[in-house]
Design a protein around this ligand. Structure first.
Ligand SMILES: [Zn+2]
Length: 311
């Protein structure tokens, strides 16, 4: 019996030793080897291109937070009750500008009509300016989704060209690590850039509560744009002339422009994983509208440099 325990303990220790010491040391040794470093240098330009797109995607994710400009101010809530009221739920009370404390019936109604309650309780004005901003956010978020897929494709295509030179065991052990060591910034796949709004009810005694959480993901954003456009009715433009910036319109413009950037004439046939974006020729901020003749295809690089010039 004691023998078996000894073997088990020894086995665990040996495994631990291999896992925590031998493998990391061997990996570090390999990643510092001349052959790996020269491989990395050969791919440096490709990695740099991918990382630039990665940075661009991360910037696009911030589109919505730039839209919320109002400040409600903040203070500190103190519970001065004399009696021993625990108010357990109060401790969980979220206090941020995307949470609205309200009655139980508002929570219930918000669940039934999210868009209406979102505008009403979070001060989102139902006008053309809001609609334009939301269309811009939707356009950018669609580019994020597409850009991530293209970025991963491009990175994996580049890495595949050197895969035969990497020891099989190293590649199998930690593919992500190999990509990082080759100089590629990890692609952040989280969905945290989609804004989330909460309607929260907590009873005065703090014992009962309910909440409704509404996430403006791509589908909901597109529907929200549709909802606002029904209310706004495009006052500024002649009826029917203005289009809504939707996923379908994006695809339509790309097709019309033959998947080619109108500034540098690069196209998806010469760069397979090229991210194309839809640009307003006359920017919205200068009175340009979302009409087909004011939209064009730009590659992400040209769009980025145009954007920085306008700003
Ligand atoms: Zn271009």
């Amino acid at each position: 019996m004691a023998e078996i325990i000894k073997i088990i303990v020894f086995g665990i220790l040996a495994w631990f030793f291999v896992l925590k010491i031998v493998i990391p040391l061997a990996l570090n040794f390999y990643f510092k080897s001349d052959s790996f470093i020269s491989m990395k240098n050969n791919l440096a330009l490709n990695a740099e291109k991918c990382n630039a797109l990665n940075d661009h995607i991360e910037d696009l994710k911030l589109s919505y937070s730039g839209m919320e400009s109002f400040d409600y101010g903040e203070g500190q809530l103190v519970d001065n009750s004399r009696y021993n009221m625990q108010r357990r739920q109060w401790a969980n009370q979220a206090n941020n500008r995307r949470t609205h404390q309200c009655s139980a019936s508002v929570v219930k109604n918000a669940n039934n009509q999210p868009f209406k309650y979102l505008c009403k309780y979070f001060n989102i004005k139902t006008n053309e300016a809001t609609l334009e901003q939301l269309e811009m956010v939707l356009n950018n978020f669609l580019a994020v989704e597409q850009g991530r897929v293209l970025l991963i494709n491009e990175r994996d295509t580049v890495v595949t060209t050197v895969i035969d030179s990497i020891p099989w065991a190293v590649w199998r052990y930690d593919k992500e690590r190999v990509k990082q060591e080759l100089g590629f910034t990890p692609v952040n796949l989280n969905q945290l850039h989609f804004p989330e709004y909460t309607f929260q009810y907590i009873s005065a005694g703090g014992n009962s509560s309910s909440s409704f959480i509404f996430k403006l993901n791509l589908d909901q954003l597109e529907r929200f744009v549709g909802y606002l456009s029904e209310i706004v009715k495009f006052k500024k433009s002649a009826a029917g002339q203005r289009s809504l910036m939707t996923a379908r319109l994006r695809e339509q413009i790309k097709q019309r422009d033959n998947y080619t950037c109108k500034m540098c004439y690069i196209s998806t046939s010469s760069e397979r994983n090229l991210l194309l974006e839809i640009d307003h020729i006359i920017p919205i901020s200068k009175g340009g509208m979302t009409t087909e003749d004011n939209l064009q295809v730009l590659c992400w690089r040209c769009n980025r440099s145009k954007g920085s010039k306008v700003a």
